[in-house]
Ligand binder design. Structure first.
Ligand code: SAM
Ligand code: MD0
Ligand code: SF4
Length: 357
């Protein structure tokens, strides 16, 4: 069913979704396949209206500290896969991580996202690493006084128990896709259910959870439609989509880079289906120049804000805009202001958290 902006049915569909009526699978797919610029503009305008209802003109900022780029896994899409011997890797010390987190906090972010590859030196519970990891997270929490997200991949239940016990607010762990055969190809050797079960445990322990998918990894529109509906029906508190960025020295290096329109269409549809959730506009895919269009699509969290001169990497783009300080609030603020948006106050982020609990 192709609907046109001029066509009454698109207006009616968007109005119904804006009013909170549930979306049927075919309606979601119809919105994802919009191609006429007028139709897309109408979808984005509706998504930003819905964002305004739930978040007014406020935007949240997430600082990003990729503290170890060692990984035991071999995700086909990721440059940090253990088979990529061409990559220079690092493992930051607690002092270095705390210093970066402090700088981000002073800059005015609302949360610190501590991310790593599945670094076996840290994750093996018998090694100092696990205790070192938990002590480091606690040090960041105490030094900054900010909410903390951890994105360590699959960790032991023991680590999740300790994180929840320490009052760490967020656990991020993405499925990438809900098409289980595509998942098995992307994250070979890693159980699909295992990631879902870990997130459920985090939720049961009182943590918030972030879910995420990628576009441009061989998914169909039906896969993306299913993924958005699965995320809607999941307990995730924050939901993201990122455009796959092909990486040298990986099995998917030759993939045709996809533009971020599909990501922005997903953001807008996710806003309509999950109006009260946090939806990132990541700086990691297109850098600062990609921020505006993701906000125009209805995102309300700027993520992957990385301090310069700390030797820290991004994920989809290891270096893009980092040492030029373009992934900084100084450069972000004019972009959000141009859209009539402004930084949320720290207490407004805290209020969202308390409200959500
Ligand atoms: N190692 C942890 C894990 O895999 O959950 C955290 C690392 S990072 C947050 C992992 C996420 O970054 C992946 O789940 C994927 O969604 C995203 N990602 C990794 N490589 C990417 C790429 N080349 N392009 C776009 N997104 C990518
Ligand atoms: C981002 N580069 O927000 C970060 C990363 C992990 N929790 C987030 C993918 O885009
Ligand atoms: Fe490792 Fe995470 Fe990259 Fe997969 S996505 S290779 S688990 S760092």
């Amino acid at each position: 069913m192709i609907v046109k902006a001029s066509d009454k049915s698109l207006m009616e569909l968007l109005t119904r979704l804006k009013e909170g009526h549930p979306a049927k699978k075919q309606e979601v797919k119809t919105l994802l396949e919009l191609s006429d610029p007028k139709d897309i503009a109408l979808l984005f305008a509706t998504a930003t209206k819905v964002r305004e209802i739930y978040f007014q003109d406020r935007v949240f900022f997430y600082g990003f500290v990729y503290f170890s780029t060692f990984c035991r896994n071999d995700c086909r899409f990721c440059q940090y896969r253990q088979s990529n011997k061409a990559l220079a890797r690092y493992r930051k010390t607690t002092a270095q991580i705390v210093s970066a987190a402090r700088e981000l906090a002073e800059a005015g972010v609302h949360l610190i996202d501590l991310t790593m590859g599945e670094d076996s030196q840290i994750l093996s519970s018998e090694s100092f690493g696990e205790k070192g990891f938990l002590d480091m997270v606690k040090a960041v929490q105490q030094e900054t006084g900010l909410p903390v997200m951890v994105s360590p991949g699959i960790v032991t239940d023991h680590i999740l128990f300790h994180l929840a016990d320490q009052g760490i607010e967020w656990y991020a762990c993405y499925q990438e896709t809900f098409n289980q055969s595509l998942y098995a190809d992307l994250r070979s050797g890693q159980g699909f259910e295992k990631r879902l079960v870990k997130k459920q445990l985090a939720k049961d322990l009182g943590m918030f959870v972030e879910e995420g998918v990628m576009t441009g990894v061989g998914e169909t529109l039906d896969d993306l439609t299913d993924a958005i509906i699965c995320m809607r029906d999941s307990p995730a508190d924050q939901v993201r989509v990122m455009t796959f960025v092909p990486q040298a020295n990986t099995p998917m290096a030759g993939a045709m880079p996809q533009d971020s329109l599909r990501e922005c269409l997903c953001i807008a549809v996710m806003r309509l289906l999950m109006p009260d959730r946090l939806i990132p506009a990541s700086l990691d895919v297109d850098g600062l120049s990609g921020l505006g269009k993701r906000l125009e699509a209805g995102a309300n969290v700027v993520t992957s804000i990385v301090p310069a001169q700390k030797g820290l990497s991004g994920v989809a783009n290891q270096f893009l805009d980092i040492e030029e300080s373009r992934r900084s609030l100084d450069h972000i603020l004019p972009v959000i202001k141009a859209q009539g948006l402004k930084p949320a106050l720290p207490e407004e982020y805290q209020a969202w958290i308390e409200n959500r609990q």
